[in-house]
Design a protein around this ligand. Structure first.
Ligand code: Q0N
Length: 296
């Protein structure tokens, strides 16, 4: 099932629109087939809905954060970025990238127990098939970062957990081991850096591709609030759902009586009030500024 984007894609001179995801859009430069323009929109999702209105500057903040992380990770893995010299209409929120042969696995690493990992643990005491000690709580930190891959589901469907053996069968044991190693090291490095700035990164999803020479390259976005769970370190308290760094106000308002919306209704949520939009924008900017030490 694919939910068609509500917004028609932007006209970008010199580029042809090729794909729209929930939050990002892909364009191909006219006259070359070895690059793509990856454009981050200001769209925000919660409870599996794209909300209205968009969050001003979200696309630019997340693009700049991803670029900063690519630099922090450059000694671990090469990345797909070619240039940030992009058309004026998408300045600051787009990157020109190398077109890769994408690896058909969502590479997820988890440093803390929550979300889908917690659901599997509650059901059978494992996370991604690995037996864990009993008594772990929502938000507990693992002794070591786990690799918990999933399938890449089409838009509108949920990614399904994939066993490590299924990854080996899909891409071969050598590439599977490299994906596991790189994905867990990316989250490990992310937490070394973010921890000093008061942010915990509970888990993250990264995507890799192979370049024409067969080298593995980090693609998509990396260690952003859209691909990861960021938690404020000073509020970390295992035993309950941790506050989400970025979407706390959005979720809180949608679930409150003020919104008049019921999650169980299946209806699209109402438009966010200006105050919720502004406070959410401020959280994205805060994450960027705390992590990078730069002013947005
Ligand atoms: C690619 N996706 C999934 C857009 C991004 N460097 C690349 N080369 C070839 N294909 C892709 C990339 C990248 N990045 C990645 N689709 C195509 C991520 N999507 C999700 C939706 O928004």
């Amino acid at each position: 099932m694919t939910t068609p984007p509500t917004q028609s894609p932007l006209e970008i001179p010199g580029f042809t629109h090729v794909y729209s995801g929930k939050v990002r859009d892909l364009y191909e430069p006219d006259g070359r087939d070895d690059q793509l323009l990856l454009v981050a929109s200001d769209r925000i999702s919660a409870f599996d809905f794209i909300l209205d209105p968009p969050i001003p500057d979200k696309g630019a903040v997340l693009t700049q954060l991803s670029l900063w992380w690519f630099e922090q990770l450059a000694d671990l893995v090469p990345n797909h970025v070619v240039s940030t010299d992009v058309p004026e209409v998408v300045a600051g929120r787009a990157v020109l990238v190398r077109k890769l042969d994408m690896v058909p696995v969502e590479c997820v690493a988890r440093a803390y127990l929550t979300g889908g990992g917690l659901r599997e643990y509650a059901a059978d005491g494992t996370v991604s098939g690995l037996s864990l000690p009993s008594g772990l709580r929502d938000g507990d930190r693992f002794d070591e970062v786990l690799f918990t891959p999933s399938t890449k589901a089409p838009m509108g469907e949920h990614d399904e957990p994939m066993s490590y053996g299924a990854v080996e069968a899909e891409v071969g044991p050598e590439l599977a081991a490299t994906l596991r190693n790189l994905t867990t090291r990316i989250l490990g490095r992310g937490n070394e850096i973010a921890g000093k700035r008061g942010i915990l990164i509970a888990d993250t999803k990264v995507e890799f591709g192979l370049d024409p020479a067969g080298a593995l390259v980090l693609a998509d976005e990396v260690l952003t609030p859209d691909s990861s769970r960021f938690w404020p370190a000073d509020q970390w308290e295992p035993g309950h759902t941790q506050p989400s760094f970025d979407k706390e106000f959005v979720r809180e308002w949608l679930l409150s009586p003020e919104s008049g919306w019921s999650k169980a209704s299946g209806e699209a949520p109402p438009a966010l009030p200006a105050e919720v939009v502004e406070r959410t924008r401020a959280k994205y900017v805060e994450a960027y500024e705390r992590l990078t030490g730069k002013t947005f």
